[in-house]
Design a protein around this ligand. Structure first.
Ligand SMILES: [Fe+2]
Length: 227
């Protein structure tokens, strides 16, 4: 099974001025592509060759884990962004307010987690098996799906995500991340979280009548393809 670099769901210049075309060209075309290519090289003729990304993440370590997790994390990141303004659904907004007080206080806490992540990593909004929403920062390639948590939103805080546009000013990048968040996507995952919980053990849902299955299958197809 060869893993394929997912196509961006928007044009390279669509996120400007918040994230420039040059950043997307390097971030997607060089960094993300590099993880996918390296993963394919590393898994060739190994026990991981026929596994889904999620399976590799759960069963590997070292360079194979790093490149598989970075492939998954970037797939997820691109889908969390949108060039058009979106709003959280009523149900998701209510859950955010119950967990964090308000959308604004959630954003402040998430921003602090993203800025406070020492070195390279990711800031996430996740939901656990008890339906508790919380913010998590992970270092390097680490990802909530290692621990069977369901990610809802992510911000890439590796310097390659913002250095071209904002140099070392991660806080400015965060200011420009929020207008791009695809709340419709985040809300859709939240409202279908039962299915996403299964995704860590069942990578393909194959239910054509279910929108979240369609999403998961789509994500799997974009991330992997059989050869
Ligand atoms: Fe990245």
């Amino acid at each position: 099974m060869e893993h394929i670099l997912m196509e961006l769901p928007y044009k390279l210049d669509a996120l400007a001025p918040h994230i420039s075309e040059e950043t997307l060209r390097y971030h997607h075309g060089k960094h993300h592509a590099g993880y996918v290519n390296k993963l394919n090289t590393l898994i060739k003729d190994t026990e991981y060759e026929e596994m889904s990304l999620e399976q590799i993440i759960h069963q590997s370590d070292g360079a194979i884990f790093n490149n598989a997790a970075q492939t998954f994390n970037h797939d997820f990141y691109w889908k969390c962004l949108s060039p058009t303004k979106t709003e959280p659904s009523e149900l998701f907004l209510k859950a955010l307010e119950e967990a964090f007080g308000s959308l604004k206080t959630f954003q402040e806490a998430f921003t602090q987690a993203a800025i406070g992540q020492f070195g390279s990593g990711w800031a996430w909004l996740v939901i656990d098996e008890h339906e508790k929403l919380f913010i998590q920062a992970t270092s390097n390639a680490h990802t909530p799906i290692e621990h069977h948590l369901t990610p809802l939103l992510v911000c890439d805080v590796w310097e390659h995500a913002y250095y071209i546009d904002y140099r070392n000013e991660r806080a400015k990048y965060l200011d420009n991340f929020w207008p791009l968040v695809n709340w419709e996507h985040v809300s859709k995952i939240f409202e279908n979280k039962e299915y996403l919980k299964l995704s860590t053990t069942v990578p393909f849902c194959n239910d054509p009548d279910n929108p979240i299955c369609e999403y998961l299958d789509d994500m799997s197809r974009q991330g992997t393809t059989s050869t």
